[in-house]
Design a protein around this ligand. Structure first.
Ligand code: RIB
Length: 304
């Protein structure tokens, strides 16, 4: 039986332009043609896990507009269950404006729209699905009270919780104590441990500090430098797979979605992180967010 995952999170349409470099404040630059692709951290993670073979239910809100319909079509095509994707007639779909430079690095501005109306009650309505799930995945592109309720409910129902704290905001010790696996990138980890910048972040020290705050397991993703894993008493660096990046948008979502899939299948956290690093590496060789997520067959056949 396929492992079951519930993702509570955002859904956007990404409007992406390739540029030579990210513009400075006040500067106008000419880019390439724009493309519109389904995105949003929650939806990206859901699509990633579903394409890898998990049985995934997404709890999200989209607007009653062309963007919302485009997202729904892609969920159905990718095998994501949409029973708890609410079509919100009062708010437009979330939109992300993304510039991707010649090295594949990006800058993103999100207009959250309907994502900011995703309410604790929307999560409660999906309680029976969360109860049957092996893993609940949540990020921070939705209201804080909805994140809190999702985590609280999953813990009550005996479902493991993976939190990808992106985009970062302050998190209480009480919330962190309920998280089974925290997956920040180095910037988010720096913020959570009170460092001003991620430049001098020692991932091992940061992971230990986060464990002291009550998180059971921590995986800090480090881009091309791989990831640092603290799982119970085990600690190790996982090397990144070497690829030529085309677009790093949603690499963290590919990592989190794949990690959730492997943990739900019963993998040890360290092995799940190695698998997630492979899936994230494949995703950066392709343009777009959901469009960059590989199928299980593609992951198995991929040669680095
Ligand atoms: O993590 C990448 C995602 O962030 C994009 O798809 C964009 O929609 C924003 O949510």
């Amino acid at each position: 039986m396929a492992p079951r995952i519930t993702v509570v999170g955002s859904s956007n349409i990404d409007i992406v332009v390739k540029v030579e470099r990210i513009p400075r404040p006040g500067e106008t630059i000419i880019g390439g043609d724009f493309v519109m692709v389904p995105g949003g951290k929650g939806a990206n993670q859901a699509v990633c896990a579903a394409k890898l073979g998990a049985d995934v239910t997404l709890v999200a809100r989209v607007g009653d507009d062309a963007f919302g319909r485009m997202s729904l079509e892609n969920f159905e095509k990718s095998g994501v269950r949409t029973d708890y994707v609410i079509i919100d007639s009062e708010h437009p779909s979330g939109i992300a404006l993304i510039a991707v430079d010649s090295k594949g690095e990006n800058s993103i501005v999100v207009a959250p729209g309907a994502n900011h109306a995703l309410a604790p009650e929307d999560v409660e309505n999906a309680g029976s699905v969360i109860a049957e799930s092996d893993v609940l995945v949540v990020q921070l592109e939705i209201p804080s009270e909805t994140v809190r309720r999702a985590i609280e409910l999953a813990k009550l129902l005996g479902t493991q919780v993976i939190l990808n704290p992106a985009p970062i905001r302050p998190l209480s010790k009480e919330l962190l104590e309920q998280v089974d696996v925290l997956v920040p990138n180095q910037h988010e980890a720096a913020h959570l441990v009170g460092e001003e910048s991620s430049e001098r972040l020692d991932p091992q020290q940061a992971a230990r500090l986060l464990r002291d705050l009550g998180v059971r397991n921590v995986i800090i993703t480090l881009g091309a430098a791989g990831a640092f894993v603290l799982a119970g008493s085990e600690e190790m660096f996982i090397e990144a797979f070497r690829v030529q990046p085309v677009d790093t948008t949603a690499a963290g979502d590919a990592f989190t979605g794949a990690l959730a899939c492997a943990i739900a299948e019963g993998s040890r956290i360290v092995d799940a992180a190695r698998f997630a690093a492979k899936v994230a590496a494949i995703s950066v060789t392709r343009m777009g967010a959901q469009s960059s997520m590989p199928s299980r067959e593609e992951v198995n056949a991929w040669n680095f």
